[in-house]
Every structure is written in C-alpha cells, then in structure tokens.
Design a protein. Structure first.
Length: 305
C-alpha cells in the first residue's frame, strides 16, 4: 500500500521547485499500525490502576454463631453484643487478608439450621457435621481443633466419680439445642423428657452457678464443654476445688468450619486461611487467651479432609 502511494505521487505530480506552494497529499496511517495502536490502548486501559484506582471490594462472608463459650458468648441480656474466640478469629482474618470480609451473624442453637436455609449466613465456625447438619448443603473444612464435654457436680465429702454413673437418676442441666452424647445426640426436648430429668438453659455460666449454689432439687449435674470449663477456671481459680469434674467425657468432637455449597467461599479456601492462622502462630495465641490447651489444635498439613 505504501509503494502504491509513492508510485502515484511520482507519476501524477510534477517535481516541485523550491518556490512551489503545492502540497503533497497527507499520508494515511497504514491499517496494520492502526490495529497495533488500538491493541496498545486497550492494554493500557485494562492495566491495574490505569483506568480505575478504586481497590476491588472484598467478598462478604456472613458467619453464623450462637452462644457457645468460649467460642461465642453473648454478653448482654438482649444479645446486642457478642465476644469470644470466633469473634476474635474473624477480626484476625479481616486483618491478614483483603479478599474476603467476615461479618458476624447471630443465631441460636435451635434456630441455626433455619437461618442457614434462609441464606442468612454462609459459614459457621467451631461446628461439627454430626450436630444435626445431615441433609443440609454444607461442605466441612478440615478439622482444626479437638474438643469435648464433661459432667460437673458440686464437690462434697464422699462424692466421687461414681456420682456420674447413672445420669437417669440425676437432675441434669444442659443447653437447649445442643446435641449430647448421653442422649444419643437427640436434641428433641419432648423425647428426652421421657428418659431424663433435664432443665434446659441458654446460659453456660448460669449452669455452673446452679451447681455451685447446691440446689439438687434443680440441678445436680451440668454438662459443659472442656474449653469453656478451662476458660472458667482460668477466670475463677477459687472455684476449681469446689467442682467435681468427671473423668469420662460425654462426647469428643472435632471442630470444623461448615460453609455453604456453591457459596461465596469454598471449604478449600477456608482450609487455606485456617492453615495460615495455624502456621503463623495466630491460632496458638488466640487459643491461649481462652485457656485452650495447645494439644487440642491440629496441624492441618497432616490431615485429610
């Protein structure tokens, strides 16, 4: 095309003199150069920070939680605030990465399944698939913390571990909506009332206090998580000698994060973030703050899903 243009110029125009005011035709940009210039402009515009300096917004992850100390504790009577290991964990995750923003959503032990079905939250921490999640569209993370529950009673002269042998003869106090080993993980109040004398509560601290005030007509045995009891003794060391703790466990469990299938974050991505917390030492510092023994958290690199 350039050659044709030059040939046309030499055959149709006389050679200009130095006084001539005639002008040569304006050269046209070859089509190949026009295409290359367009591609270059596109690349520049699409380059990070060139056309849009606004940082990418993090993906919102709603994390459900219910009163389950030391992981979640609702401090006020109206449940306007929450604290605990889960709340601190979400703060740490929001600090160490910017792809996701983890926001807490309050539910209850009994309502958590319906709230999940209603898409009111996308993930729940320190949970176990065996706690009523069969049939729900959830994916579990790998295990990252072991736990368990024990029985407690008031320490009295002559009282020993045999006090916990026949729970059907004791007045029990437990948390409504929890799945207990002694009840074969059945959380139905009406069915359990046929076999056990159980007072249902929504407050772990109240349950311990019921044991300490020695009101056997109300409660003789409480079921508490090992993590919460350890945290309680750390805050109230004088009470440790007043409480008889069972040697046998009501149940052992393996804490995971449950996430919604095809939700905004995958179980694999949760595993990556949890492993980051474990390898960086953040999980160890957090567990120590709540009185959880180091032996209870897990090296995720050594586990299978």
């Amino acid at each position: 095309m350039t050659g044709q243009y030059q040939m046309h110029a030499t055959t149709t125009e006389p050679a200009p003199t130095r006084f001539s005011v005639s002008r040569a035709p304006a050269p046209q940009t070859p089509w190949v150069l026009r295409i290359l210039a367009g591609l270059l402009a596109t690349l520049l515009i699409s380059a990070p920070g060139f056309a849009n300096d606004t940082p990418r917004q993090p993906i919102l992850i709603k994390v459900g939680g219910y009163d389950f100390p030391p992981f979640v504790s609702h401090k006020t009577q109206n449940h306007l605030e929450a604290e605990g290991m889960t709340i601190d964990l979400l703060d740490i995750l929001n600090r160490i990465q910017s792809d996701y923003f983890f926001d807490y959503f309050e539910t209850t032990p009994r309502r958590r399944y319906q709230d999940f079905s209603d898409h009111r939250y996308d993930a729940i921490f320190f949970e176990n698939p065996a706690w009523g999640w069969q049939g729900y569209p959830v994916q579990p993370s790998r295990i990252f913390l072991h736990g368990g529950e024990v029985y407690i009673a008031l320490q009295k002269p002559g009282r020993d571990q045999g006090f916990f042998d026949d729970l059907k003869s004791r007045r029990l106090v437990g948390i409504s909506g929890y799945h207990y080993g002694f009840a074969d993980f059945n959380a139905n109040h009406e069915e359990l009332a046929k076999e056990f004398n159980i007072l249902w509560s929504a407050d772990h601290l109240r349950n311990i206090k019921l044991i300490l005030i020695d009101r056997p007509q109300v409660a003789e045995v409480a079921v508490v998580t090992c993590a919460y009891l350890s945290s309680y003794f750390k805050q109230h060391p004088a009470d440790e000698s007043k409480i008889l703790v069972s040697n046998k466990l009501d149940q052992t469990y393996e804490h995971r994060v449950l996430v919604r299938e095809k939700g905004p974050i995958s179980a694999a991505e949760i595993n990556r973030l949890l492993n980051l917390l474990l390898t960086s030492g953040e999980m160890a510092k957090l567990a120590s703050r709540y009185g959880i023994d180091r032996k209870n958290y897990v090296n995720m690199n050594q586990l299978t899903p």
